[in-house]
Write a protein of this length. Sequence first.
Length: 154
Amino acid sequence: MRSAEIDGQADYHRMNARRIARLEAGIHHTGQALFAVTAGMCGIFLALYLLGVLPDVQNPRRDLVLGLFTFLTALLPTLGAALGAIYAQGDFKTVAEQSKRTANRLVAIDKILADEPLDFARLADRVQKTSDIMMMDLEEWQTVFRARPLSLPA
């Protein structure tokens, strides 16, 4: 019974830290991949041009091929740049670290609760410390996201 609330909160923060770290890595790698694909497409296009493989002016598919290439080489880096902005603005590393710290603090207080003989004063102190840890986490979230107000165009 002692650990029900603390374990739930610690589990949430551990899982949140892992989820945010995966999200950060996914956004970062996807952005890099979009730029790499664009560079690869440009290299392939250049090679096809130099080899004379592209459709000639009379070919009705020429406009489709060139239009599709132009569209993709504009779209992919735009998406990569948008992901880069989300990566920078999201500050996922800070959020993940905060969740890890909170989980570790909660686990430490739970261990203390399990190991110490408890009298009323000590139990009240430990409950207060647990509450303080959770409030500190909430205050850090507010600080992180209050410093980044949403503004147009967003």
